[in-house]
Design a protein around this ligand. Structure first.
Ligand SMILES: NC(=O)c1ccc[n+]([C@@H]2O[C@H](COP(=O)([O-])OP(=O)(O)OC[C@H]3O[C@@H](n4cnc5c(N)ncnc54)[C@H](OP(=O)(O)O)[C@@H]3O)[C@@H](O)[C@H]2O)c1
Length: 226
């Protein structure tokens, strides 16, 4: 057990989004000092918000330095950043695929590299992957390819980051009712997971017994894969 990591602030990347905002709320309700980070947030230590872009390592390092100066070294991070492009493979535009790869793969690479340096030893990282990394879902050829690449990056990091006793966990949510579905009619959003349900799972993982390391976890709506 590492007291510094347990007591340290938590950074939620994508903290203004559907899942990220719910995670921040859940962690604050449990008494954690929680920082939200995203591209369109202001830099405001008073409200523990930082502007960062996962695709820009410099912005991540600056955000982590700002958190450390204000609240001490971060003890944990949740990566819940990015949206996606959804189209049949035959109509998927290469630039849409490149954008999803940049956000979910290169962005996650930058974040993991920065967190390996900045997190207190014994800390924890939860990465929000997707069931689309594991199953061939319609219209998810590009997004799913990016999430599958992100998955292996995170699985390798989970092994390597044991050098600093960091526990890295990847979760694969099924459909969660957030803005990511706004441009996709034909889905019953009432049957999807609530972001708050996913957030409780993530908060539990951050508090989990350090004697065990959960490496991957699938989280589906009660009706299963929709
Ligand atoms: N909703 C689902 O059904 C579902 C299911 C499985 C997995 N996921 C995954 O869950 C994560 C969050 O999705 P969500 O549904 O909560 O989406 P969302 O509501 O659209 O939120 C996305 C968040 O990511 C931020 N973001 C986007 N690009 C970023 C970048 N380059 N750097 C930093 N922040 C960035 C956004 O803020 P800015 O635009 O201001 O940067 C926003 O805060 C994503 O990784 C998604 O793939 C979602």
């Amino acid at each position: 057990m590492n007291a510094t990591a347990d007591a340290g602030p938590v950074l939620v990347v994508g903290g203004s989004g559907g899942i990220g905002a719910a995670v921040a709320e859940a962690l604050r309700a449990r008494g954690r000092r929680c920082w939200t980070g995203a591209r369109n947030l202001p830099d405001d230590p008073a409200t523990r918000r930082v502007r960062l872009d996962a695709r820009d390592r410099g912005s991540i390092d600056a955000a982590l330095a700002r958190i450390a100066a204000h609240d001490g070294p971060p003890g944990a991070a949740v990566l819940a950043h990015g949206g996606g492009h959804f189209a049949p493979v035959a109509r998927l535009v290469p630039d849409a695929l490149r954008e999803d790869l940049e956000t979910h793969v290169v962005g996650t690479l930058h974040l993991l590299g920065a967190l390996h340096e900045a997190l207190a030893e014994g800390g924890a990282i939860v990465v929000v992957g997707s069931i689309a990394a594991c199953e061939p879902l319609g219209d998810c050829g590009g997004y799913g390819a990016a999430k599958a690449a992100q998955r292996m990056l995170v699985r390798v990091a989970a092994e390597e980051f044991r050098d600093r006793r960091l526990r890295v966990t990847l979760i694969h949510p099924g459909a969660v009712d957030t803005a990511i579905w706004d441009g996709r009619p034909g889905f019953d959003r009432d049957r999807m997971l609530r972001p708050q349900a996913v957030a409780r799972v993530i908060a539990d993982l951050l508090e989990a017994d350090r004697e065990a390391h959960v490496t991957e976890l699938t989280v589906l709506p009660p009706e299963g894969r929709l």
